[in-house]
Design a binder for this molecule. Structure first.
Ligand code: HEC
Ligand code: HEC
Length: 170
């Protein structure tokens, strides 16, 4: 918790970022996911002008401790967030077999415990759109076995908007 004080300005006191920021929530993320992202920022595998300089100063133990801390926090419901119902997009439940796009839900459901796979429910829509475009263009390429680059390579801008809206509403 002491280490996390330097993160609270952007990621919230307990890992729920305030509405309108471009920083993702960290509360409730599997520790393997947060740890991997911190390592990737430090090594430069995931480029980020904001996070790279911060991660450079963290030791391996710091990263493990931060990952453990955030995994134990509960994501808070943001004002104006609850109650929005968005229908499950087909891409989420079925993918698009003709285009070789896997169903997002096989990897990103809270009940599915896949190593180093983030929970994307409730992430800010603008952040989700930005990350999907980054995987699509290859600007973000730190996904093991290209899991995300394969998942988004065939998605249209409109589909990206729809899935982002859906996950942000959860
Ligand atoms: C100045 C704001 C700021 C501070 C301070 C900050 N972050 Fe971040 N963080 C961001 C932004 C913005 C992103 C999204 C990545 C990007 O856009 O470059 C991010 C992304 C992350 C991610 C990736 C999460 C995901 O879902 O992939 C982790 C993990 C993370 N930060 C942890 C931390 C930790 C731990 C600290 C404190 C040591 C910290 N951050 C401090 C702004 C910040
Ligand atoms: C085969 C499993 C798999 C499938 C299918 C998949 N993902 Fe992912 N996704 C991952 C993994 C693993 C990561 C973390 C990559 C890394 O190490 O940085 C990730 C990361 C993400 C992120 C970044 C989250 C963050 O916090 O930065 C978003 C957003 C995302 N996925 C959305 C989707 C959407 C939308 C779909 C469906 C179109 C999808 N994913 C399909 C495995 C998958």
């Amino acid at each position: 918790a002491t280490l996390a004080l330097q993160c609270s300005m952007c990621h919230g006191a307990r890992g729920t970022a305030s509405a309108g920021t471009n920083a993702p929530h960290l509360a409730g993320q599997p520790p393997s996911s947060t740890y991997k992202q911190l390592r990737d920022f430090k090594s430069g595998h995931r480029p980020s002008a904001v996070m790279q300089p911060l991660a450079t100063n963290l030791s391996d133990q710091d990263m493990r401790d931060l990952a453990a801390f955030y995994s134990q926090q509960q994501r808070e419901t943001l004002v104006g967030h609850a109650g929005i119902q968005v229908e499950v997009p087909r891409i989420v439940s079925n993918g698009s077999p003709m285009r070789n796009v896997g169903a997002c839900a096989t990897c990103h459901s809270p009940g599915v415990a896949r190593v180093a796979t983030p929970i994307i429910d409730g992430l800010p829509a603008a952040y989700i759109v930005d990350q999907l475009n980054a995987f699509k263009s290859g600007r973000r390429a730190n996904d093991i076995n290209q899991q995300m680059r394969n998942a988004v390579h065939g998605l249209t801008d409109q589909e990206i908007e729809v899935v982002a809206k859906y996950y942000a509403s959860r």
